[in-house]
Write a protein that binds this ligand. Structure first.
Ligand SMILES: Nc1ncnc2c1ncn2[C@@H]1O[C@H](COP(=O)(O)OP(=O)(O)OP(=O)(O)O)[C@@H](O)[C@H]1O
Length: 183
């Protein structure tokens, strides 16, 4: 089973998937690192301080790396909903996200761009359009450990073929950051 953990930068994907990789049965691929290490990109955008991933190369590489001896392969990246059919979107209130991104010394422009993307549900909307199953977790007031537990509950439900209540609890569209846009 291939599952993407996606969301705007800073919503906690890497923090939580680093905890997940300590659990048995989970293979975790940190895709942003892989893209840089293996140069799976077509362009370097110096102005925006990022690379433009070649998604065909990325997809092929994920399939090569997927180790079927693990029960679940997790792809950690804000791009993982381009690849996986089942995704969990992590969400964070833009006011809290702002503090996290400013600590990274991102430019003002880059912080603003990411906060707007979070407030406008950009990644969630893409995931809903492209993926078969989408779960949304609001991590704003949760510890990474609590988020890990919720992710493991969702995966447990997927493995048992019983996601009814989880689909309701983690329904896409359950967070609303519109107020941020009008402040
Ligand atoms: N509940 C939480 N869950 C996860 N991270 C949290 C939480 N509360 C605070 N943080 C902090 O927020 C930051 C999240 O960074 P992290 O690299 O995990 O995000 P990311 O979504 O993987 O970002 P990127 O897409 O840029 O890799 C970390 O500094 C982490 O300590």
């Amino acid at each position: 089973m291939l599952i993407g953990i996606t969301g705007t930068p800073g919503t906690g994907k890497t923090s939580v998937t680093k905890l997940l990789e300590e659990e048995p049965y989970y293979q975790v691929i940190h895709l942003n690192e892989l893209i840089k290490d293996e140069k799976l990109y077509s362009e370097v955008d110096a102005e925006r301080d990022c690379v433009v991933a070649d998604m065909d190369m990325v997809y092929d590489r994920i399939l090569e790396l997927q180790d079927k001896s693990y029960t679940v392969t997790i792809v950690d990246s804000h791009l993982s909903h381009h690849i996986a059919d089942i995704v969990i979107v992590l969400r964070t209130d833009p006011a809290v996200l702002k503090e996290r991104l400013e600590k990274r010394n991102y430019s003002e422009e880059k912080v603003k761009e990411n906060l707007e993307a979070e407030a406008l549900d950009i990644i969630l909307a893409e995931a809903v359009e492209w993926c078969e199953k989408v779960f949304e977790i609001n991590t704003t007031e949760e510890s990474a450990e609590k988020t890990l537990k919720n992710i493991m509950r969702i995966i447990g439900g997927l493995r048992n073929g019983n996601t009814g209540e989880l689909e309701e609890e983690f329904r896409p569209g359950s967070v609303d950051w519109c107020d941020y846009l009008f402040d």
